[in-house]
Design a protein around this ligand. Structure first.
Ligand code: ZN
Length: 288
């Protein structure tokens, strides 16, 4: 009787400790000064990814289809910080570009990285004019570049050639692709790049350069991207689909959802889960 009771107490104590351990680890990851934050904003049908590094640099990759990114950024960034160290435009389609025009009008942007492709749209013209009038330094993205952000870094994996002022037939395939690394963790961000580009990444890079813990699903989860071969190499634990509810493109594709499911990839969707934030201290990773 006594032994049983002791066992029970020991069992309960272990359970309590396990629960406490979980919450303590969560708070360590959540509140540490050495934490990398990666936000996938719910901006409807579009992409807007905001990164805050442990060294307090702010990076915005795409701005979504309208000015809703302003409110999202206002909540995620400290109110006193009006400076964005790096803005990356993956490609100038409206669902990635338009919100970046509003950002340029309201924030101080230090540097812009983009493919520099030729594309006719009023918003792209305005975006480029704002960059020029504010004397913001620009850099043309090309594979092999590395953006150093303290202990974090972004390796640029695509475009694999200079696309400056070139007209690209399928603009999605001009997407700037970056792999963010911090400690033991990697995040792969492929914009709207389609299967041709996924294949060329598989051909050009060893698998350990593509392997990532978190993958932002290509092209809003469309079946033009997210091939099984590519995902089997990236091997993400978590995928995030940035997509609008009831969008006219019917993104994400059922076949994509099935591929994620078959590969056992945990899925988040901005249309169902809202804003998604991943935290890493270099050892522990959590997304919610
Ligand atoms: Zn898009």
């Amino acid at each position: 009787m006594k032994i049983t009771l002791n066992k029970k107490i020991a069992g309960i104590t272990l359970l309590v400790l396990a629960v406490l351990n979980f919450f303590i680890w969560r708070s360590v990851v959540a509140a540490g000064a050495d934490t990398l934050h990666v936000h996938f904003f719910d901006v409807g049908q579009g992409d807007a990814v905001y990164i805050r590094t442990p060294a307090k640099q702010d990076i915005l990759i795409d701005g979504g289809p309208d000015n809703s990114v302003l409110a999202k950024l206002g909540q995620a960034m400290p109110f006193y910080d009006r400076q964005i160290e790096l803005m990356i435009l993956t490609h100038p389609h409206a669902d990635h570009l338009d919100g970046l025009v509003d950002i340029l009008q309201r924030y101080e942007v230090e540097q812009v990285l983009y493919a520099g492709v030729e594309y006719k749209s009023a918003a792209y013209d305005e975006w480029q004019k704002l960059i020029a009038s504010k004397n913001i330094s620009t850099k043309i993205a090309q594979s092999g570049q590395t953006v150093k952000l303290g202990e974090a870094k972004i390796d640029i994996l695509f475009p694999d050639h200079d696309m400056k002022e070139k007209t690209i037939k399928n603009l999605n395939n001009s997407s700037v692709i970056g792999r963010l690394n911090f400690g033991q963790h990697s995040f792969l961000l492929t914009g709207d790049a389609e299967q041709e580009v996924e294949k060329s990444l598989l051909d050009q890079f060893p698998s350990d350069m593509l392997k990532s813990d978190v993958f932002k699903a290509g092209h809003h989860g469309s079946d033009t991207s997210n091939t099984k071969d590519f995902l089997a190499t990236v091997k993400p634990e978590i995928a995030v689909i940035s997509v609008g509810e009831d969008n006219k493109y019917k993104h994400p594709a059922n076949s994509t959802l099935q591929t994620f499911d078959e590969l056992g990839i945990k899925l988040f969707r901005t249309d169902q889960d809202g804003d998604i934030e991943c935290l890493s201290d270099g050892v522990e990773l959590s997304c919610s």
